[in-house]
Design a protein around this ligand. Structure first.
Ligand SMILES: C[S@@+](CC[C@H](N)C(=O)[O-])C[C@H]1O[C@@H](n2cnc3c(N)ncnc32)[C@H](O)[C@@H]1O
Length: 255
């Protein structure tokens, strides 16, 4: 019997089954010389989610739900000391293979981002791009990120925008109609196989503040002018040009 919450077990099983599908996209991201964000590959040089990149040289980062590890590989190239955490062994195996292939090594830990076996105040940056930010319960992973960060440390995460979650049906593509309630939004189950989490804007602000964070930015993502339709069929390029399909939060742990 596992002590892990049911949603963590379900998500781990799903990611174990689908991990092979993420090898090719993972390799493309590892190959990318530039940091980009989300499903539209928005360049960091446009959104400035990480602020002044020089500030990160020599600092410690933890990626919560690191998957194939490309975000941490970019942080390594910035001069950081990254560490990746993921619950799915198959995903970490891919990350490890890429470390060998690209000659970039950093520690990888198999654990849930809701309960990380590392000491308090060990990192300057906690980051998640579609990792803990959507697969973990925010009431568990946000306090955990706060615990792991040093005073003055930064939390940056990308997730689906609240607006998009309201407009994406259980099956099919987002339309201009809202198909779920804003009030009470938290656990979102598009199918029986996995569990996502989405706390709307007001409750997310409250939670971050309760965990000792000051919010610095909430960046609404719009695809670049030259963005192409992609493999994600739950949301179209046309929709995403009109409304934000993704958002990046940056918050600082009070010193
Ligand atoms: C979209 S992927 C990771 C994103 C990463 N940027 C990438 O694309 O490789 C989501 C990852 O979250 C991980 N994950 C899901 N639930 C988790 C949990 N409770 N703790 C840590 N990782 C988790 C999955 O195993 C998966 O590798």
């Amino acid at each position: 019997m596992s002590d892990l919450p049911i949603h963590v077990q379900k998500n781990r099983d799903t990611w174990t089954k689908t991990s092979a599908d993420w090898v090719a996209p993972g390799r493309r991201a590892w190959e990318s010389p530039a940091i980009t964000w989300g499903i539209w590959d928005v360049p960091e040089s446009e959104v400035h989610a990480l602020g002044d990149l020089e500030q990160w040289r020599g600092k410690d980062s933890i990626e919560l739900g690191c998957g194939t590890g490309y975000v941490s590989s970019w942080l390594h190239r910035l001069g950081m000391r990254p560490l990746g955490v993921d619950i799915t062994r198959a995903q970490l195996d891919t990350a490890r293979a890429f470390q060998q292939e690209f000659g970039i090594e950093f520690p990888l830990i198999e654990a849930s981002a809701e309960n990380v076996p590392l000491p308090d105040a060990s990192f300057d940056l906690a980051i998640s791009e579609y990792g803990a930010s959507i697969w973990c319960d925010p009431f568990a992973w946000i306090p955990e990120a706060a615990r792991l960060l040093r005073p003055g440390g930064t939390l940056v995460f990308l997730r689906n925008s609240t607006l998009s979650v309201l407009c994406v049906p259980d099956v099919g593509t987002a339309t201009s109609e809202m198909v779920r309630d804003y009030f009470g939004l938290h656990r979102v189950e598009y199918d029986a196989e996995s569990v996502e989490f989405h706390l709307p804007t007001g409750p997310m602000i409250r939670l971050l503040r309760q965990c000792g964070f000051e919010i610095e930015e909430l960046i609404d993502i719009q695809p670049p002018a030259d963005a192409k339709p992609n493999r994600f069929d739950y949301i179209s390029l046309e929709w995403s040009k009109r409304w934000p399909s993704e958002e990046i939060w940056r918050a600082r742990k009070k010193g």
